[in-house]
Design a protein around this ligand. Structure first.
Ligand code: SAH
Ligand code: SF4
Length: 358
């Protein structure tokens, strides 16, 4: 629902639009046309949907809205990474990032304003949760990024690694993925989408049964329960052990693996003993490890390890036959890198309340 009280078509799956049109006496086949205009052509002004009759256009314009997050600010990094600050209908802001040539084109989306999980090394976590995004706001970021980069007709990857914890906003996130997947729209295949999560076990089990299932990345970051609980608070509810068990039962297609993200914090979780323990923990899981050297930001009490230390950690894993990569930090000069997404001035008391309710 939009602020005007009218139904927002940008947050609906094609079949839902069909049902809605049917209710309103609009022929159902117009749903496919409208869906195509929105998602394939990026057109949200009904007046421009020229294959609909004038009467139908007037009818639709009167009854429905089609929302798009507004670009408030656009910053381009020296490495080509582009960060968009997007304004939502209630004035809240989120960030969405375009990362070029990795080797594919990648869009990094937010799923919440802020985040309730409170990881000690993450700026978004410092905001607390302000609110969940709805499906229109999550999928809409793709439309905005595609328009800003001229990639609407090209293939791109999507990573749910912006602000927020996607599995804490499960229904809206999955709905957005179904909208993006629809063959009459952008037709983004699930293999081109990676969902990154801190590991909310019941939601991981739910994800395991999704018909449109993205690639899975687990933010692990630690090799003992105590160490993880200290930097990733949800561990107190869902232990490292339980998360790894959920990964073991997670259905994977023949060629796919679960990515384990591991933020390297100098002197905290980056010792040779950690690397050995990590290799042991992943035994029996089709895994690959993505090491993310900590991206510093004011107010975060950690340091980035030296390159030599990062390499040594990676080498220890490689020696144990673990597929390992080190994430190159992109867009650090515009604060678009992992964990650096925060929109100032949104640390709300309501957000803090929601955060503590988690
Ligand atoms: N909430 C989800 C997805 C968003 S965070 C999750 O935590 O997985 C995306 C990735 O950025 C996560 O792996 C997260 O741990 C990492 N990250 C957060 N803060 C970081 C920082 N300061 N430096 C490097 N990586 C960071
Ligand atoms: Fe939330 Fe992910 Fe940041 Fe943790 S790392 S606070 S889960 S966005």
């Amino acid at each position: 629902m939009s602020p005007s009280g009218r139904i927002d078509l940008a947050g609906l799956e094609r079949q839902e639009i069909e049902a809605l049109f049917h209710e309103h006496g609009v022929p159902a086949f117009h749903a496919r046309q409208v869906f195509r205009w929105i998602w394939r052509k990026g057109v949200t002004d009904v007046a421009q949907m020229t294959d609909l009759s004038k009467v139908t256009r007037a009818q639709l314009a009167e009854r429905f809205d089609i929302s798009t997050p507004a670009v408030v600010k656009r910053e381009i990094s020296e490495d080509g990474t582009m960060k968009l600050v997007l304004g939502l209908s209630d004035g809240r802001q989120i960030e969405a990032v375009y990362i070029p040539d990795t080797p594919s084109q990648t869009f990094c989306l937010s799923t919440q304003v802020g985040c309730a999980m409170g990881c000690a090394f993450c700026l978004t976590g410092k905001m607390g949760l302000v609110r969940h995004l709805d499906a229109a706001e999550i999928a809409g970021q793709v439309r905005v990024l595609a328009a800003a980069t001229g990639l609407l007709d090209h293939s791109f990857n999507i990573v749910l690694m912006g602000m927020g914890e996607p599995l804490h906003n499960y229904d809206a996130t999955m709905k957005a993925l179904r909208i993006l997947h629809d063959q009459h729209g952008l037709s983004v295949g699930p293999r081109r989408v990676t969902l990154s999560t801190v590991g909310l076990v019941p939601m991981l089990d739910r994800l395991a049964h999704e018909p449109v299932m993205p690639n899975l990345a687990i933010s692990l970051h630690a090799t003992t329960e105590e160490q993880r609980a200290a930097i990733v608070p949800p561990t107190k509810k869902y232990s490292l052990h339980d998360i790894l068990e959920a990964c073991r039962r997670f259905p994977l297609s023949k060629r796919s693996r679960i990515t384990f993200e591991y933020v390297l914090l100098d002197g905290v979780n980056d010792s040779p003993a950690d690397a050995h323990r990590l290799a042991r923990l992943l035994t029996g899981i089709k895994a690959k490890v993505n090491l993310i050297p900590f991206n510093a930001a004011a107010g975060l009490p950690f340091e980035r390890p030296s390159d030599a230390r990062v390499d040594a950690f990676a080498q220890t894993l490689a020696d144990r036959y673990i597929n390992v990569s080190v994430r190159k930090s992109r867009g650090r000069d515009i604060r678009a890198a992992c964990g650096q997404l925060i929109v100032e001035g949104q640390r709300q008391s309501a957000g803090q309340r929601l955060a503590s309710a988690f």
